[in-house]
Ligand binder design. Structure first.
Ligand SMILES: [Zn+2]
Length: 173
């Protein structure tokens, strides 16, 4: 089946009036920040998103995205494959007043001057936030086992500060 490439900018209000569902992909090449956070990523990021209005007639959109990535194990320093799955629920807002009035079930997303949201960037942010802070193999797959006495015991670098922690903290406010 041919892959449907999703538009990057979407007007959520119009899409919600039509109760649109978008099922398709983004090329991972377009996600530079994600690519710089992982060793490698699969060619396509799959996305499934539905635009709706709730009982209060608020526009919202929710869905999920999946990415195949290669991460570098912090214990044995070898790359391994992982899939990252995220779910999200956003509601478009314009200005701080609308953002303050938004029910907490929704994550606010600021629209641009044309009333559009950058769905690609939203998905990319969610994927980056879902990456493990310390990437590690499953213990049985790791090339440095707990009984590997030849090289001594190597602890994961617990103190390693993930640059995206900062982003995560910003999002919580
Ligand atoms: Zn490992």
């Amino acid at each position: 089946m041919a892959k449907v490439k999703l538009p990057q900018l979407i007007d959520p209000t119009k899409s919600a009036m039509k109760r649109s569902t978008y099922v398709g992909v983004y090329a991972s090449d377009l996600m530079e920040r994600l690519n710089s956070a992982v060793e490698a990523s699969g060619e396509w990021i799959s996305v499934d998103v539905k635009f709706e209005k709730d009982a209060q007639s608020l526009t919202y959109f929710h869905g999920n995205a999946n990415a195949e990535v290669e991460l570098l194990c912090q214990r044995c320093n070898k790359a391994y494959s992982d899939s990252i799955a995220v779910e999200f629920t956003f509601s478009p807002v314009q200005g701080e007043d609308e953002e303050a009035a938004l029910p907490s079930a929704y994550e606010p997303v600021e629209v641009n001057d044309h009333g559009e949201v950058d769905l690609l960037q939203l998905v990319e942010d969610e994927l980056i936030l879902s990456l493990p802070i310390v990437a590690l193999h499953a213990e049985e797959d790791c090339n440095v086992g707990p009984d590997d006495m030849t090289f001594g015991k190597i602890e994961p670098e617990q103190e390693r500060k993930n640059p995206f922690e900062v982003l995560k903290e910003l999002k919580r406010d």
